[in-house]
Design a protein around this ligand. Structure first.
Ligand code: PEP
Ligand code: CO
Length: 454
């Protein structure tokens, strides 16, 4: 399906014009000349993704907008240089594929798969600095800027990290493309995506049942002479996304498409703007008003209808379905009060947006044992509210946005494995926010199937 792309980009927009707008959440690069030299180097490098792929994603998001498809977006809170291994990437892909298959099989609707992957290296922080025992250093802003260790040299932003981010993103994407197109993601492999430690869990057994039914259906179709050994069943499309926070990096990877002349951010298919950088007059919204990518924008509990109108006016003036996704992250205690007025307003105004639910970032708290965590039941509660609100308003609950990993970490509480506060220390590995582990993520997919049925 081709959609009308009337983005009336302001005449004053250029890939660098964001520099004239107030900007939040940027590292304090110590040497400006060195920083600009690194950006110049990145600007010479090949694109990570291609304009044609980005347009395909936009068309598929238009399907989500129309209520015909469901968006599954997930991955690490932040990718790190340390966890950069083939196994780690493969396991993340496995859990996304498992969730997608449960959702597709259960809901009988197409599932659009997007990873927080191959570029998710920059973090917004609630404070510019961190103070421990009287020592104040720059906050950790993700591996794209500095290191987590609380030492002056570790926290000093180093622009050469941006080049490493580009390289790691390229290698990650290369492996993802190989996995998704080289047979690993084939429907004939559904059993192989279940990992041993999950297989024995209640949800792992539910998954095995789904996988067996799919195997049987494929066997039956093949026996009847239907063409099941085809790219439709042997390949998967996984798009990439990240919080496009450091605009110098995004600018260096902004290119004019040779076919259409339109600008695209070729660092990722689907950039999003975070809760702390969505000022309608700020640099981030300005930058994304000028590129052809679909854009996500987080909406926290304090979002007003005027802000929504300003974001739509700047980011989707052509009212093009699939261009703009609102990712709601209000928290389970605030969503029931704060989301309905926004949904009603958007519907009344006729704004074409995808509504997605991030049930992670509004439900974070510090456990008595000191770790930042989230409870499984709070995450599910926010997702349930999100679906109920859309049901009530007659709008489409279009997707979910989840922090997860394929490893059996112990970062979020609860779930079928009943992780308790005293378990958190066992495998608490995230460099930023707590992620659902493989089993908890799969369990969420089964909960979503029930919700998609109502
Ligand atoms: C995130 O998605 O990791 C994040 C920081 O989100 P938000 O901007 O919603 O706080
Ligand atoms: Co996070």
């Amino acid at each position: 399906m081709t959609v009308n792309r009337d983005i009336s980009v302001s005449k004053s927009w250029t890939p660098t014009s964001w520099r004239n707008h107030p900007i939040a959440q940027q590292p304090n690069w110590p040497d400006q000349a060195e920083y600009e030299a690194v950006l110049k180097e990145i600007a010479r490098r090949p694109p990570l993704v291609f304009a044609g792929e980005i347009r395909t994603l936009r068309d598929q998001l238009a399907e989500v907008c129309a209520g015909r498809s469901f968006l599954l977006q997930g991955g690490d809170c932040v990718e790190t240089f340390e966890a950069f291994t083939a196994d780690n990437i493969r396991d993340k892909l496995k859990v996304l594929l498992q969730m997608a298959i449960v959702l597709t099989y259960g809901s009988k609707a197409p599932v659009l798969k997007v990873g927080r992957i191959a570029g998710q290296f920059a973090k917004p922080r609630s404070s510019e600095t961190e103070t421990i025992d009287g020592v104040t250093l720059e906050s950790y802003r993700g591996p794209a800027a500095n290191d987590l260790a609380f030492l002056p040299e570790a926290r000093r932003p180093d622009p050469w990290r941006l080049l490493r981010v580009y390289d790691q993103s390229a290698a990650t994407l290369n492996l993802v493309r190989a996995f998704t197109h080289g047979g690993f993601a084939s429907l004939s492999q559904v059993h192989a995506w279940n990992r041993e430690f999950v297989r024995r869990s209640p949800r792992g057994r539910d998954y095995e049942r789904v996988a067996t039914e799919i195997d049987n259906a494929l066997g039956f179709a093949r026996a009847c002479g239907m063409p099941v050994d085809h790219s439709v069943t042997s390949q998967v499309e996984l798009f990439t996304s990240h919080d496009a926070l450091f605009l110098g990096y995004e600018e260096a990877l902004t290119r004019a498409d040779s076919l259409t002349g339109e600008y695209y951010d070729v660092s990722t298919h689907f950039p999003w703007i975070g809760e702390r950088t969505r000022d309608p007059d700020g640099a981030h919204v300005h930058y994304f008003s000028g590129v052809g990518n679909p854009v996500g924008c987080k909406l926290g509990p304090g979002t007003t209808t005027d802000e929504v109108d300003a974001l739509v006016a700047r980011l989707n003036p052509g009212n093009d379905p699939g261009r703009l996704t609102f990712i709601v992250r209000m928290g389970k205690d605030r969503i029931d009060e704060n989301l309905p007025p926004l949904v009603r307003h958007v519907r009344a105004k006729g704004h074409q947006v995808v509504w997605s639910c991030d049930p992670m970032h509004g439900n974070t708290f510090t456990a008595a044992t000191g770790q930042k965590t989230r409870h499984w039941k709070d995450i599910v509660a926010e997702v349930r509210s999100f679906f109920a609100i859309h049901e009530q308003e007659g709008t489409h609950a279009g997707g979910v946005h989840i922090e997860l990993t394929g490893e059996p970490v112990t970062e979020c509480l609860g779930g079928a494995g009943n992780i308790t506060e005293s378990d958190l220390v066992t495998r608490y590995e995230t460099a930023c926010d707590p992620r659902l582990n493989n089993e908890q993520a799969l369990e969420l997919a089964f909960c979503l199937v029930d919700l998609l049925h109502v």
